[in-house]
Design a protein around this ligand. Structure first.
Ligand code: SF4
Length: 348
């Protein structure tokens, strides 16, 4: 993948072209041809001289390309894209329409090693990390797929298949590429990394020169409950996670979003909400409450609408900004936690 031009940031392309005896600005031609105009063949970058295009090809450089192998639309407008990888793997992205926002939920790994029990991807285990090119191409292909989606995807959440902070370098390079004004130019505050809570990754992110938004998939107010849902809690108990979040906020001054998936009888009572309020005291944050989405092979049940409203009420009364995200893309298994399993099982 080292030779894939789609996987390279502008700075990496500058290093590459100067190493081949060309002026630095040539890197911008390559970057915008690939990331803005969607060129997939070096010979089609006509802003470069013929001889330099030939030189790049001779050196083994190429431009990777994903294929859309399936596209499913839910009656609520949500669209799920299934992409084919060069090695036969599959990953999925979900395009969500919400007022004037078009949010693309992007995958960062094939499968996931984190094993969260409510998540279909977690049941697959990890096959491999996606490359930078494979991450950004999900955005490029969806952006170019229909006039409705268009290039105006307004928000990206790295919250599809995989744990973004477990593929840290590739995801951060993808952030740099998607944010670049010569490419898709998605504002940095509109790019969100969502993690199950890998503390070393959060520490590293705090020190970066580029600051995407951070979301934490929390789902429980105590270690005892969270351990049952998210095995990572054993390695990083909540006190450790919240200590690193505090340091992250001291350094970046960024607000953090907590994702909380409501599961019947597990984490959805008024008492759980009160414990969550206590846990979040002093943290600059907002909370997204997500209706649990059942899927095959998992016995957990969604909380009813009433329980969700009750839970949200406790948080709002405590002054915590709270959003309720109702199920979207249900009929196409595109809702949060549903990505991956069906497609892969069908292929086996
Ligand atoms: S919720 Fe995220 S971190 Fe957990 S298993 Fe699913 S993809 Fe991995």
């Amino acid at each position: 993948m080292e030779k894939d031009l789609k996987s390279k940031t502008v700075v990496q392309l500058e290093r590459l072209v100067t190493g081949l005896g060309q002026p630095k600005y040539i890197a911008g031609y390559i970057f915008s041809a690939i990331q803005s105009r969607g060129v997939t063949d070096i010979s089609a970058i006509t802003t470069l001289s013929k001889s330099f295009r030939a030189k790049l090809a001779e050196e083994g450089y190429y431009i990777s390309k994903l294929g859309i192998v399936d596209k499913l639309t839910d009656p609520d407008g949500t669209v799920k894209y299934v992409f084919g990888l060069h090695d036969g793997g599959r990953v999925e992205s979900v395009l969500l329409f919400d007022d004037d926002r078009r949010t693309l939920c992007v995958s960062t790994q094939v499968g996931c090693a984190m094993g969260c029990v409510f998540c279909a991807t977690g049941r697959l285990g990890l096959a491999r990390n996606l490359t930078v090119g494979e991450i950004v191409d999900q955005v490029n292909l969806v952006g170019g797929d229909s006039p409705k989606a268009d290039a105006r995807i307004s928000n990206i959440v790295f919250m599809g298949m995989g744990e973004p902070l477990a593929n840290y370098d590739a995801v951060l390079d993808a952030v740099r590429i998607l944010n670049n004004s010569a490419g898709r130019h998605i504002g940095i505050r509109h790019l969100t990394m969502s993690t199950c809570g890998l503390v070393e990754g959060i520490e590293r992110l705090a020190e970066e020169d580029i600051q995407p938004r951070l979301a934490i998939s929390l789902n429980a107010p105590t270690d005892a409950i969270r351990q049952k849902l998210m095995p990572i809690t054993k390695k990083y108990p909540l006190n450790r996670l919240f200590a690193v979040i505090e340091r992250y906020q001291r350094t970046t001054r960024n607000r953090v979003t907590f994702e909380y998936c409501l599961i019947k009888g597990v984490n959805d009572t008024v008492l759980h909400a009160q414990m969550l309020v206590k846990r979040l005291r002093g943290v600059m944050c907002n909370v997204n409450l997500i209706e649990y989405n059942p899927h095959e092979g998992c016995n957990l049940k969604p909380s009813g609408r009433q329980a969700i409203e009750r839970f949200a009420g406790v948080l709002k009364d405590a002054g915590i900004e709270t959003t309720v995200r109702l199920k979207m893309g249900q009929t196409i298994n595109a809702a949060c936690g549903q990505l991956g399993a069906k497609r892969t099982e069908n292929l086996e």
